[in-house]
Design a protein around this ligand. Structure first.
Ligand code: SF4
Length: 332
């Protein structure tokens, strides 16, 4: 049976601003099993990066439970045990800003080895060579500076740096969105290979749903701080349930006849994503939803499980208007 490595239960992260309360994450629940990739997908402003930053401890959760390997991680990173910080790493979207341009790649890679005391001083260089090999970069790259190499290679260095502490869980925050398509494929293949080789678990944050078809074990869709659908990847792409998911799927490119058959008819979105300071009452998607009903502007749906390993938050499905939220089990 799959073992759960990370579980979020009714996780909230609210920000108080001069414009009002931003409910960036507003009752997010999911579980991630060991060695799987959960794709957390959403438009800009959906709250997916807030969830990521709360998991790695940049933010402290406002409320709810966040448990990693049976330990509470709702606190910020600097209040977490060192071993925990070592075990959870992140790769950011833009390696240009996440790698210090004034330092050599060797210095950049040396820092986590030193801070977490991973290997003795006389073994650090061998460890750096080994980490560079893992991301398919030559050993002499350690003498270069980030600005002297390409964007894809910088992201490979960022991945190698994340691996330096021997983590079991890595948050990938849009790791390919700043890269050319050809380089994107290389990074995705690299990540999938590393996952197999090192038994890694990934939370992959992205706005690009098509990337998740081959990369993710399960896919979750976020909209205005809430997860509106979560399912195994096969179930998700073959049987999308939420109108927002169908809208996203209808606009992504497909490469095979089989995928074309499964693709929902083109659904054009009406309107923009509302401000997270001013979330509409009822279902937060109702102003854009092509299937909205009269009740949708008044009632905020509960999450229901119409199929095994498939949850959806929409009043079109039985129980969503009043049955209590299902208890989270490993897997969803
Ligand atoms: Fe659309 Fe209503 Fe479902 Fe919301 S609850 S997604 S408005 S049908």
């Amino acid at each position: 049976m799959a073992s759960t490595i990370l579980k979020a239960d009714n996780l909230k992260k609210h920000f108080h601003t001069s414009r009002g309360i931003v409910r960036a994450a507003d009752g997010v629940s999911f579980a991630i099993n060991k060695r799987e990739t959960l794709g957390l997908v959403g438009e800009s402003g959906s709250g997916k990066s807030t969830v990521a930053y709360t998991i790695i401890g940049i933010y402290r959760a406002t409320s709810g439970d966040l448990v990693f390997k049976d330990q509470d991680i709702t606190k910020e990173s600097n209040k977490r045990p060192k071993a925990l910080k070592q075990d959870i790493q992140i790769v950011f979207q833009d390696p240009g800003s996440s790698l210090n341009p004034r330092r050599s790649i060797r210095q950049i890679m040396e820092l986590p080895l030193l801070v977490h005391n991973i290997v003795p001083r006389n073994e650090r260089e061998d460890k750096i060579v080994d980490l560079l090999r893992m991301v398919e970069l030559p050993a002499d790259y350690m003498y270069k500076h980030p600005l002297a190499i390409g964007g894809g290679e910088r992201q490979m260095v960022a991945i190698a740096r994340a691996l330096a502490t021997n983590p079991s869980f890595i948050v990938l925050d849009e790791p390919t969105s700043a890269l050319d398509v050809s380089v994107q494929a290389k990074i995705i293949n690299l990540l999938m290979g590393l996952q197999n080789e090192l038994d890694l678990t990934f939370l992959f944050i992205t706005h690009d749903l098509s990337l998740m078809r081959n990369m993710a074990t399960r896919v979750a869709i976020m909209y205005l701080g809430k997860i509106c659908e979560i399912a195994s990847t096969r179930e998700f792409f073959s049987n999308p349930l939420h109108p927002y998911t169908k809208m996203l799927l209808s606009s992504i490119p497909v490469v095979s006849v089989e995928e074309e058959k499964l693709k929902p008819d083109k659904i054009v979105s009406t309107g923009e994503i509302p401000s997270p300071v001013n979330i509409p009452p009822g279902c937060s998607f109702h102003q854009r939803c092509p299937e909205r009903m009269e009740i949708c502007s008044r009632l905020d749906p509960f999450t229901v499980t119409p199929e095994p390993d498939h949850q959806v938050r929409c009043l079109l499905y039985p129980g969503a208007s009043g049955v209590p939220l299902p208890k989270i089990q490993g897997g969803v």
